[in-house]
Design a protein around this ligand. Structure first.
Ligand code: UD1
Length: 474
């Protein structure tokens, strides 16, 4: 297993290009199952999750190849396979997106329930509700969703849940409905750009979907979808992560291949915090373009709420929390999409952040500087948040379990290094632990003398009589 050593304090400077969106790529790949002929996808990021999705599709009779120019080619070679096994599905929840296309095209599907995950409960009841409304017979047996259907039939479906709309659930039902007989309406559909991207792909293949990007979709079923070539949208979460990295290091960074209209809420929030953001084409936010992010004034604490699109994405909540943890003043970060997604808070606290959890919110008392520590990544976006915290912290930060990052960020460390960050990937072995964080007896803690220094050092603002006199024992 690898870990990162981040030496904080370097100001990020220069230009960086954002990769294609992981969250578009995965359902798009699944949608290829519903098509005749060869689908070709460009700007697909090179990620562990993409490899996993390729393996899921391979197990379902698809030939998936990446050519030298980076294009991903997907073609069905065997329509008889219909089982997506737990071993693959448990690695990545987005593999559940094969359910809709399998049912629509092959009339049967057996997909493992994805199981729990570190960001909270992630049921798929809405996916199943939508597919059942289209006429699928569904049962859950020994951890698998087993579904069969004659030709699916159009229906009126309400897809809202307790936490709003569902992104992959909308993709699943929308893909299935394109091949259903008659008209389907989906109310409370997810409006995320990734859903729109999948819908645009399907329309290019011959589907008839109206209302993409709104909560109301109308889908006229068609007999067949003919595969086409499609370019994936830029990754708005990566763009937001890099913007926050620039802000946290007082940097001056040019991001290329950004769709500003996909991250309006994040840019507005960063501006409210005091970050300067300029667009290449301010009058055309829907155009791919360069965006400049720099810090020219002290930053201010703010409140922010993660909401379904067009709100601040839950996938940027952790990174914003890292930023606000080191902006003096009180900030409140709330997550309405995944109310338990706060595993990063306790790791940030190890770096000196002052954070108190209150149900779906975290209350932060921003400190002027975080300090390096050994921290553990718990999920993809939490890992990114810890890397950002390390960039801004004083001293060295070790981030363990960064395999989460490799699932969803293409070349993040290379991109940060090119901008001037000091990030090193090493094997997670005791001998690679930096001196400043070296273990004494196999545990992650400073040496006794370092703790004694911290207790008796010069930075205390106490009367001499109140200074602690630690015992000299080890
Ligand atoms: C997608 C993204 C993920 C992002 C999330 C929210 C992909 C591959 N992943 O995940 O990065 O964090 O959207 O923007 O695109 N829910 C239900 N029942 C369901 C489905 C969802 O109650 O059947 C709830 C979830 O628990 C959650 C909320 O709805 O509270 C949103 O989840 P959803 O949009 O489905 O997330 P994913 O599509 O899995």
């Amino acid at each position: 297993m690898d870990m990162f050593i981040v030496r904080g304090g370097e100001r990020l400077f220069g230009s960086v290009t954002v990769s294609g969106a992981k969250n578009s790529a995965l359902p798009l790949m699944a949608a290829a199952l519903a098509c005749e002929g060869e689908t070709t996808l460009s700007s697909i990021p090179n990620l562990v999750d993409v490899t996993t999705q390729s393996r899921v599709l391979g197990s379902l009779g698809m030939d998936v190849q990446r050519d030298e120019s980076g294009l991903l080619h997907l073609k069905t070679v065997d329509e008889s396979a219909c089982i997506a096994d737990y071993d693959l599905v448990r690695r990545m929840r987005a593999s559940v997106c094969v359910l809709g296309p399998l049912l629509a095209k092959r009339r049967m599907a057996c997909v493992s329930l994805p199981g729990g995950c570190n960001i909270g409960d992630r049921p798929i009841d809405l996916h199943l509700k939508g597919l059942a409304a289209l006429g699928a017979q569904i049962r859950v047996d020994r951890g698998y969703v087993i579904a069969r259907a004659d030709r699916l039939r159009g229906a009126n479906i309400f897809l809202g849940g307790a936490f709003g709309s569902t992104v992959t659930g909308t993709c699943n039902v929308m893909i299935a409905a394109t091949l259903a007989e008659g008209t389907t309406t989906i109310e409370s559909a997810a409006c995320e750009p990734e859903v729109v991207d999948v819908g645009n792909f399907l329309n290019a293949c011959g589907a008839r979907i109206e209302g993409l990007g709104t909560p109301f979709l109308k889908i006229e079923g068609v007999e067949r979808l003919q595969a086409v070539e499609h370019e994936v949208i830029p990754d708005r979460i990566e763009a937001a992560t890099l913007m926050i990295a620039a802000a946290m290091t007082g940097g001056d960074v040019q991001l290329n291949e950004v769709r500003p209209d996909h991250i309006t809420a994040v840019m507005e929030k960063l501006r409210e915090i005091g970050v300067t953001i300029q667009l290449e084409y301010p009058q055309q936010p829907e155009r791919r373009q360069s965006v400049w992010v720099k810090v020219t004034q002290p930053l201010k604490s703010v409140d922010c709420i993660a909401l379904p699109y067009p709100g601040i994405p839950t996938d940027v909540q952790a990174q914003l929390m890292s930023l606000l943890a080191c902006v003096p003043g009180i900030s409140i970060v709330t997550d309405k999409v995944f109310p338990d997604r706060f595993m990063h808070a306790s790791e940030l606290a190890r770096m000196g952040a002052k954070i108190r959890r209150e149900s779906a919110s975290a209350i932060l008392n921003g400190v002027s500087r975080l300090s390096g520590a050994c921290v553990m990544a718990s999920d993809l976006r939490a890992s990114a948040a810890l890397v950002l915290a390390g960039l801004a912290a004083e001293g060295e930060t070790v981030i363990r379990r960064i395999y989460h990052l490799d699932r969803g960020y293409e070349c993040l460390e290379e991109k940060l290094i090119a901008l001037g960050a000091n990030v090193q990937r090493v094997k997670d072995e005791p001998e690679n632990m930096p001196e400043s964080l070296k273990l004494t007896d196999g545990e992650e803690r400073p040496t006794y003398s370092e703790l004694l220094d911290a207790l008796t050092g010069p930075h205390w603002n106490l009367n001499p009589s109140e200074k602690p006199t630690p015992s000299a024992e080890g």
